[in-house]
Design a protein around this ligand. Structure first.
Ligand SMILES: *[C@@H]1O[C@H](CO)[C@@H](O)[C@H](O)[C@H]1NC(C)=O
Ligand SMILES: *[C@@H]1O[C@H](CO)[C@@H](O)[C@H](O)[C@H]1NC(C)=O
Length: 443
């Protein structure tokens, strides 16, 4: 009797697994990139990536997920994280997106900061759009901008469809500098760029933050880069990618007249910061032997090096982490992929392997003709109508545009640019199919 029960249970499980596998196969087949063909079972004109249930970090759709749930929970490395972990479990409970958001406490949100001045309004909105399109967890945007741009930010962000606006909250801040001479800070590098140095001081209630330049695009969920914060060891408090992969042709290694991190420096266009740690750390420096708090160090450091620095606040960050290398987590170039990584030939190994995760179109390449691959991605995200099918209205047009870029060095490696974004869209699409079709089929 017992045995038969067990056998029956096993059979049921196997059937369920088969059903789920079948469904995810269907989804995959439907989403297979066949240029300009609408995926067979794609529901037309519906918000594609609006998961009804919050997936766990990196969760796979379908059969994988049900298999995961049976596994015993992994041991948590730190006791203090237990509370957060159980809250997370609560948040993962199946149900409406709305109820999940009522449950997800603010300390589990992703915080994204950007500083937008001058003519960077559109670029910033496209960056935020890329974050909203693909991410799972609720986000808080901290937008630092000139007073004249605030109304337009408000207006445009409110025009996005509900299914997306409920994934984030935002706050707009004026440009302020807490120490030193504001005019001097504003002139440093480009208007407002120095603002990012003051984020730990201004955002006192925020534990951790992802800062990005306005010319950054997320080609996969922001959740994925956010997870790197958890990989910090006990001394690390910020994370950036190298400025260059090959020191021999890097800018810092050839021209810098000030100390810089590592062999080629770091790029500050995509920067993870544990603000709690930054606020409490004492930083070694070349001015006084005892160490200084972040806020007390910035202005003296600037005064000391201002005649030697070229790239403004990024140089200051390089100087800071030169003296405090144990504080920096260096992530691979696929998280901050720039024209430098392909315009002289491909030199970002991580992106060759896994595809670009975060694109950084610096030097204005979204707005001129110098790097058409970068521009194609920018325009594809900018022009995507929120409610359309991702494959139909973004991925296939993008593939076509890439065909016109093969004459450039970056255009010769389309798979590097397309691999992650294709994977991201497939996941968003599969989740949609499984959640909206799945329950009906099982009934
Ligand atoms: C940031 O650091 C603080 C202090 O070490 C820690 O409690 C917190 O969990 C860290 N935040 C993240 C997101 O890892
Ligand atoms: C953390 O990692 C950095 C970089 O690898 C290293 O320099 C530092 O010593 C590490 N800290 C600890 C406490 O292991």
């Amino acid at each position: 009797m017992k045995l038969r029960n067990k056998a029956a249970a096993l059979l049921l499980l196997a059937l369920a697994a088969l059903l789920l596998a079948g469904l995810s196969l269907r989804a995959r087949r439907a989403a297979a990139p066949a240029p300009l063909a609408r995926p067979a079972s794609a529901p037309p004109r519906r918000p594609a990536p609006a998961p009804a249930r919050l997936p766990g970090p990196g969760a796979l759709p379908g059969a994988g997920q049900s298999a995961r749930r049976r596994r015993p929970p992994r041991p948590r490395p730190r006791g203090s994280r237990r509370g957060a972990a159980s809250l997370k479990k609560l948040a993962r409970r199946p149900g409406e997106l709305r109820s999940f958001q009522a449950v997800l406490p603010p300390e589990l949100w992703i915080h994204l900061a950007v500083v937008a001045c001058g003519n960077r309004l559109e670029e910033t909105l496209v960056m935020l759009k890329s974050a909203v399109l693909f991410s799972h967890r609720k986000m808080k945007f901290h937008i630092f901008t000139e007073d004249s741009l605030k109304p337009e930010f408000d207006k445009q962000l409110r025009q996005w469809p509900d299914s997306y606006t409920k994934k984030f909250e935002y706050r707009i801040y004026p440009i302020t500098f807490s120490v030193g001479n504001p005019q001097e800070w504003k002139k440093l590098f480009k208007p407002c760029a120095a603002q990012r140095l003051f984020l730990p001081v201004i955002l006192k209630d925020v534990d951790s933050l992802l800062y990005v330049d306005t010319d950054v695009l997320f080609l996969r969920p922001v959740d994925d880069i956010w997870k790197l914060l958890r990989q910090f060891n006990s001394t690390q408090l910020a994370a950036m990618a190298p400025e260059h992969e090959i020191p021999k042709i890097g800018w810092y290694s050839r021209f810098a007249r000030h100390p810089f991190y590592g062999s080629a420096g770091v790029n500050s266009g995509v920067m993870l910061m544990n603000l709690t740690r930054i606020r409490s750390a004492q930083f070694k420096n070349s001015m006084i032997p005892t160490g200084l708090a972040w806020e007390d160090m910035l202005y003296p450091l600037y005064q000391k090096y201002k005649n030697a620095i070229t790239w403004g606040d990024q140089d200051l960050l390089n100087i800071i982490f030169y003296f405090n290398p144990e504080c920096l987590y260096v992530f691979p170039c696929q998280w901050n992929y720039r024209p430098d990584h392909c315009m002289y030939g491909s030199n970002c190994r991580a992106a060759e392997r896994e595809g670009v995760s975060v694109l950084h179109g610096n030097r204005g390449v979204y707005h001129d003709e110098k790097q058409p691959t970068f521009k194609a991605l920018y325009e594809a995200i900018r022009d995507f109508p929120f409610q359309d099918n991702l494959f139909q209205s973004m991925y296939y047009p993008l593939q076509l545009k890439f065909l016109e870029t093969v004459h450039t060095l970056c255009g010769r490696i389309p798979q590097v640019f397309l691999k992650q974004i294709e994977k991201t869209m497939k996941r968003a699409y599969e989740k949609h199919v499984i959640i909206h079709v799945g329950p009906n089929q099982r009934r």
